[in-house]
Design a protein around this ligand. Structure first.
Ligand code: AMP
Ligand code: ZN
Length: 113
């Protein structure tokens, strides 16, 4: 298995893990773009959003709910935060194991770059 995030999920590569359960792992982005920058990933390998199947709807929902919970845990629940999935080249996807970015702690411009 050559996938970086599968290796983090398996504990083969270290990461600053902030949450793990039976289906999801969340850890700090190694190159943070905001004071809080977490990545929420499923334990299961799914390359991109394009590869999701209907039976994974609940899994993606749990990723979103975990993002909200972690934002609250870090005190950004009301101030605000951004959640992002990048898919393929134009969005700048570099790791092909789906991950929900959670960014908070500074004003985030819109539209994004
Ligand atoms: P994306 O561009 O959406 O594919 O995001 C991939 C993210 O993974 C980037 O923000 C990287 O900084 C981050 N990243 C890459 N390697 C690691 C790592 N070993 N641990 C934590 N985050 C990583
Ligand atoms: Zn993977």
């Amino acid at each position: 298995m050559s996938c970086l995030f599968c290796k983090i999920v398996a504990g083969e590569i270290p990461a600053a893990i902030v949450h793990q359960d039976n289906t999801l792992v969340a850890f700090r982005d190694i190159n943070p773009q905001a004071p809080l920058h977490l990545l929420i990933v499923p334990r299961a390998h799914i390359a991109t959003l394009n590869d999701l199947t209907e039976d994974q709807d609940a899994l993606v929902g749990s990723m979103c709910r975990l993002a909200a919970r972690l934002a609250k845990d870090h005190g950004y629940h009301e101030r605000g935060y951004r959640t992002v999935f990048n898919t393929h080249r134009d969005a700048g996807q570099t790791v092909f194991h789906i991950h929900l970015h959670l960014l908070a702690g500074r004003g985030l411009s819109w539209p994004p770059g």
